[in-house]
Design a protein around this ligand. Structure first.
Ligand SMILES: [Mn+2]
Length: 78
């Protein structure tokens, strides 16, 4: 899908992150620090989920199994 619309989140925060680059454990640690609530909050990524870090293989799992996690296609995925 080239354009995916989202309704306004009236229940929690919408957060934006970029360039995860295979560091999903570090991302989760930061989400824990800020008290991210996956039941009502969403995390949007500006792309580059993979490459450089050791956990690039988790990108598909995050996209498939975390309905609060969304990402555009980065040049590293492309
Ligand atoms: Mn990058």
């Amino acid at each position: 899908m080239l354009i995916q619309p989202f309704n306004r989140n009236t229940r929690g925060r919408d957060l934006i992150v970029g360039d995860i680059h295979g560091c999903f454990s570090a991302l989760q640690a930061h989400l824990d620090v800020i008290g991210f609530d996956p039941k009502v909050e969403r995390l949007f990524c500006t792309g580059d989920l993979v490459d450089r870090g050791a956990e690039s293989d988790q990108a598909e799992e995050w996209l498939a199994n975390k309905p609060w996690f969304h990402s555009v296609l980065g040049n590293h995925e492309h």
